[in-house]
Design a protein around this ligand. Structure first.
Ligand code: NAP
Length: 290
């Protein structure tokens, strides 16, 4: 199976690297070409447009940012659909709304392109190490065809159901990781205010019931003052907005998630959108007057 990959950012660079390591012939495109060039040395073909990726591939995976970016690579000038390749499989692995996935599924079906939504969790660490969890929505026969490629990038590949269901499950994950970050940051503020060393809090959480990926991966970054992104704050704000839309449409009250969306909106408004989600600590520092 010839694989195409679009979007070699924090996540995509690790994921594409693992597809190459698994031995799939790979064609890559990144809007900023400089990020694609290292892949040439690793044996990938680097091209200049999404349309060229589609021409060279049986399945095209993308992990860009938001819905308008997926639309850009699909329908923009030199977008994927310009290749008019019937039978092509297109997989969006960005985090997006379930409604957008459903709409994309229908629009591409009319053009003879099969679509899967397959967002991921596991962070930049999981992307590099090939240990992502991947949640897939779409037709099961198409999922079966792409499953070997998913397995090159992830250790837990879950077929959830019809189009949009991968994104739906991913939004549930975003609720948990967002609230966990709030919990870790609030616990840090409380422990610091009582004169407890950060290391003591970390040690206790690590071996107790409060342990989590956020504790293990992001708390040490907060302790070192490292705000660089594994996961950008404005991406989490985007995801929480999608959660809010889905929940309010169904009258599901999610007060804690709504509050967390407001916190991340404030963080972005304070110029920290491009920093990692752990930069929430800076907002709380402001709240306590530091
Ligand atoms: P990132 O580092 O900002 O990378 C985004 C990539 O998308 C870049 O390669 C960028 O190209 C490309 N892109 C954006 N808009 C584009 C457009 N209109 N046309 C073409 N290319 C475009 O972000 P990331 O952290 O890899 O996240 C990517 C997606 O995965 C997001 O939906 C995010 O929510 C999701 N996600 C992230 C994580 C995480 O921990 N980071 C985990 C799970 C899911 P340029 O290089 O030219 O900017």
């Amino acid at each position: 199976m010839k694989v195409g990959f679009i979007g070699l950012g924090i996540m995509g660079s690790g994921m594409a690297g693992n597809i190459l390591k698994a031995g799939f012939p790979l064609t890559v495109y990144n809007r900023t070409r400089g990020k694609a060039e290292p892949f040439e040395k690793l044996g990938a073909r680097v091209v200049n447009t999404p349309e060229e990726v589609a021409r060279q591939s049986d399945v095209v995976l993308s992990i860009v940012t938001d819905a308008p970016d997926v639309e850009q690579i699909l329908y923009g000038e030199h977008g994927i659909v310009k290749a008019e390749k019937k039978g092509l499989i297109f997989v969006d692995m960005s985090t997006n709304s379930p409604d957008f996935a459903l709409e994309t599924y229908s629009q591409l079906k009319e053009r003879g392109i099969r679509f899967l939504d397959a967002p991921v969790t596991g962070g930049d660490k999981g992307a590099k190490e090939g240990t992502l969890t991947i949640m897939v929505g779409g037709d099961e026969d198409v999922f079966k065809q792409v499953e070997p490629v998913f397995k090159a990038m992830g250790k837990n590949v879950i077929y959830v159901g019809s189009a949009g269901k991968g994104q739906a499950l991913k939004l549930c994950n975003q609720v948990v990781i967002a609230l966990d970050m709030v919990a870790v940051v609030e616990a840090l503020q409380l422990s610091r205010s009582m004169g407890i060393e950060d290391e003591k809090l970390f040690s206790m959480l690590s071996s107790g019931a409060g342990n989590s990926f956020t504790v293990q991966y992001y708390m040490p970054k907060i302790m070192k003052g490292d705000l660089e992104p594994g996961f950008k704050s404005w991406h989490l704000k985007k995801d929480l907005k999608y959660v809010d839309d889905v929940a309010s449409k169904r009258s599901i009250p999610m007060p804690a998630t709504s509050l967390t969306l407001q916190l991340y909106s404030a963080l972005v408004a304070n110029g920290l959108g491009e920093k990692g989600t752990q930069s929430l600590i800076k907002l709380y520092d402001k709240l306590v007057g530091k």
